[in-house]
Write a protein that binds this ligand. Sequence first.
Ligand SMILES: Cc1cc2nc3c(=O)[nH]c(=O)nc-3n(C[C@H](O)[C@H](O)[C@H](O)COP(=O)(O)O)c2cc1C
Length: 180
Amino acid sequence: MFLDLVKKRRSTRKYLSDPVPREMIEQCIEAATYAPTACNTQSWRFIVVEGDLKRELVEKSLGGFIVPNRFAVGAPVIVVIATDMNLVTHRIGGKLKGIDYHLIDAGIAGEHFVLQATELGLGTCWIGWFDKKAVKRLLGLPAGWDVPAMLTVGYPAEEQTEKSRKRIDEVVEFKGSEKQ
Ligand SMILES: Cc1cc2nc3c(=O)[nH]c(=O)nc-3n(C[C@H](O)[C@H](O)[C@H](O)COP(=O)(O)O)c2cc1C
């Protein structure tokens, strides 16, 4: 059941050193490419970083005083989600409507990736606190590209604990319906 998969996903911050087969990463990326995007622009790139470059990425973008994110060095793979900000549709739409379409696109695609990874028995963690400039410089991203987030990926090294979530009635509002 889909809801079981969704509930199974947890942020994993401790990983085994076992390498992640490339086919698994490709399957996760395939799932990500089926995410909807504003105007179907599909303007993301998923940069799969491993080995020494991954260590450099962590050192340069996740070092500093935010020590908790250094856990990323223990993940065999880091996937950098990059999006093209040069698109006219996104620029005009963003200005007129005040909505950051590229961030929504990246978020949906990233979660598709993460849920597919969960189904494959992989652990992941969203990383949203990092030095964006350092990532762009290290990976040589072209001008006008943004990096909304990164994902750590690998086999979990520990059992996940129960997660706390708000109750449905705390987060939902039904309006205009007959039922009370
Ligand atoms: C946009 C975003 C950014 C996040 N950034 C970080 C981060 O920089 N470091 C980290 O350890 N976890 C990060 N997380 C993971 C959250 O802390 C985590 O999803 C939340 O605590 C709920 O736990 P769960 O994912 O296990 O359900 C981020 C999650 C999201 C969605």
